[in-house]
Design a protein around this ligand. Sequence first.
Ligand SMILES: [Zn+2]
Length: 223
Amino acid sequence: MALNLIFLGPPGAGKGTVAQAVMEKYKLTQVSTGDLIRAEIASGSKLGKELAEIVNKGHLVNDDQIAQMLEADLKTKAAKASFSGFILDGFPRTLPQAPMLESILGKINQKLTAVIYIESSKESVVKRLSSRWTCSVCKKVYNTVSLPSKKLGVCDDDGAKLIQRDDDKPETIAKRYDTFLEKTSPLIEYYNKKGLLHRYDGNVPPAESVSAAEKIIAKIAKN
Ligand SMILES: [Zn+2]
């Protein structure tokens, strides 16, 4: 049985780190809708040209277009002899996309094994993400926790002032967190009802978060 997983969590929950570790441990294939969109645009196909236009206008690619690419990609990947499962990134993000995914998986004889929700508080996400500071001149990025400058608030290379980009400001991060919860709560509820949801406390250092996720997956993989 393939191990087909989705990770959910607010920006800053450490989804990327956890997914990467799990992917390597279980030899899973990563499927990212963002990558699919970029590859399709780069291919210059008819769909790619349509997508380029949408993306360039700053609009969202519609669900049917994503589903079309996702189906083709998953079909190819699942047909490989070495296929042992996937981690899907970027889809579903909204409730209507969940049954779409089910129908795609049904067509290629696959099933979602589990949805893992990395629960993280707003405080811990803000703390984690707002530690990024950028040099106002050379744009070098520092992190007050993991990569501090030698002198507080000043760039090591050119002595210029470090500033916080809008994306890294606590209020922006808090807003993104609220948007995530609002959009994703119905999805979490949906998978909970289906018995697919597994959640754990993500307010811990990355290594602990990885091992918490791996514990859940080990249990699932045994069944
Ligand atoms: Zn600098």
